[in-house]
Design a protein around this ligand. Structure first.
Ligand SMILES: NC(=O)c1ccc[n+]([C@@H]2O[C@H](COP(=O)([O-])OP(=O)(O)OC[C@H]3O[C@@H](n4cnc5c(N)ncnc54)[C@H](O)[C@@H]3O)[C@@H](O)[C@H]2O)c1
Ligand SMILES: N[C@@H](CCO)C(=O)O
Ligand code: NA
Length: 433
């Protein structure tokens, strides 16, 4: 069969890994795809010393590749929104298939991109965009296609998990670990995307759309990062039998779909609690299959390239298929996407870890527990830390309650004269059906 010709746009961490995997495993890839996958051209602002590109002339203009009539598939690995969108839309207009690792682009502009691709009868594949090397999109879109998905929860930012793990295990400082994650090529161009949960929210948006058949709605995702998690909270959580993980959680409830990214206390015995370093893992619960878990490297050059190249093989295999026989980008037929609402975080329900700073005086705790009781919030545990100071940290765990109710309670507790400063709150999830 005729070889399929690829244009690689962006030769950074992922582009370099993709070049090397495509070159090194060319024969195996051709045996799987049924035709060889040839790199026709490479465009990037910078050269990558990890790649031997001596057989190519490195071009600078990525858009020119999207217009090159000899290229069948554009691989978008430049990242960002503007140029990447122009590149992908130009490729589609020119009848080219697209493979991308860009979750920001898909989460924010995916609806428009998929509509344009459907008109032109081309495929836009994006397995590398969520959880790097883990084939989680394929697993939900195809492997679990029989199920009504109930919920999914995952550690889907490698940089954030790496930082949290190093802080907990080695007591390292936040900034120092972030610099290492950047040097290893894990972090986004703007690392606040990793640290503030934006990258995880991009990925969760994509997963929820595939799981429930809803349009991409990044703007409705609730996003909270890891920068406010203190070593004290990590330690208190451990003492109570929990570990703090930065999770993306999406549940299909009777009222709508929860879409939220935040630090979460999960039981130490949960499988997700032992996912460390740059590793990612996603739990998916389906009505037929029950709970399933997908684990693997969520960032890095070749793990991400593994997903990019497997998408290339998928596209190569589908070249002669009609539009109707292809797997739809969001798993459900595009005419069948549902309008189930995405819930505001105030309407979501979870348990809470609360940490308050109280003046050491009789009766203070009674005021706090009265406020919680009036709101119907049940307390599971209270720990008052020993201290010689005039103020003491008090830690509480509550049962599940609507966030709106918890917000009201926290406002009232903060107004008590003997409670100092903010009440720190971290959501608790037992990851159960
Ligand atoms: N690094 C990872 O582990 C990882 C994992 C999964 C997904 N991603 C995604 O993959 C994409 C690429 O990430 P990366 O880590 O490889 O980034 P990177 O910064 O290492 O590489 C980007 C490359 O694109 C080039 N480039 C950027 N804008 C360009 C332009 N306008 N014209 C020409 N060249 C341009 C840069 O010179 C660089 O070589 C991003 O969307 C990122 O979110 C990265
Ligand atoms: N910056 C991302 C890259 C993988 O998408 C992460 O750390 O997970
Ligand atoms: Na993936």
């Amino acid at each position: 069969m005729k070889p399929v010709k690829v244009g690689i746009c962006g030769l950074g961490t992922v582009g370099g890994g993709t070049f090397n995997v495509l070159t090194r495993n060319a024969q195996e890839i051709a045996r799987r795809a049924g035709r060889s996958i040839e790199i026709k051209a490479i465009a990037s602002r910078r050269h990558n010393p990890a790649c031997d590109t001596s057989a190519y002339t490195l071009q600078k203009d990525v858009i020119a590749l999207a217009r090159d009539p000899e290229i069948d598939i554009i691989v978008e690995l430049i990242g960002g929104y503007e140029v990447a969108k122009e590149l992908v839309m130009t490729a589609i207009e020119n009848g080219k298939h697209v493979v991308t690792a860009n979750k920001a682009l898909i989460a924010v502009h995916g609806n428009e991109i998929f509509a344009a691709a459907a008109k032109k009868n081309v495929v836009v594949a994006f397995e590398a965009s969520v959880a790097g090397g883990i084939p989680i999109i394929k697993a939900i879109r195809e492997g679990l296609a029989a199920n009504r998905i109930n919920w999914l929860a995952g550690i889907i930012n490698g940089t954030g998990n790496f930082i949290m793990t190093e802080m907990r295990e080695k007591g390292r400082a936040f900034a120092d670990v972030l610099v290492e994650a950047q040097a290893l090529g894990y972090a986004e161009a703007d690392p606040t995307f990793d640290v503030e949960g934006i990258d995880a929210a991009h990925k969760l948006t994509i997963l929820a759309s595939i799981a429930y058949g809803i349009p991409l709605q990044f703007s409705k995702a609730y996003t909270e990062g890891i920068s406010k998690v203190t070593p004290d909270d990590v330690q208190y959580a451990e003492e109570l039998g929990y570990r703090i993980k930065h999770l993306g959680i999406s549940r299909h409830t009777d009222k709508g779909i929860e879409l939220r990214v935040h630090p979460t206390l999960i039981p130490k015995s949960s499988l997700l609690a032992s996912v460390n370093g740059v590793m990612n893992a996603v739990m998916v619960s389906g009505d037929a299959v029950g709970q399933t878990l997908y684990y693997g490297p969520g960032a890095g050059a070749e793990p991400t390239a593994s997903a990019v190249v497997s998408d290339l093989i998928d596209v190569a295999r589908m070249l002669d298929a009609t539009a109707e026989s292809r797997v739809p980008p969001l798993a459900f037929q595009s005419s069948e996407l549902s309008e189930t609402p995405v819930l505001s975080v105030e309407d979501t329900v979870s348990g809470y870890y609360l940490r308050l700073q109280a003046v050491e005086r009789p009766g203070v705790l009674a005021h706090v527990t009265r406020i919680l009781g009036e709101k119907g919030i049940n307390i599971e545990a209270i720990v008052q830390k020993e201290t010689k100071e005039a103020q003491v940290p008090v830690i509480m765990l509550t049962q599940r309650v609507a966030e709106r109710m918890m917000n009201e309670a926290i406002r009232e507790i903060e107004a008590l004269p003997d409670i100092l400063g903010e009440v720190i709150r971290i959501r608790v999830d037992h990851l159960a059906d």
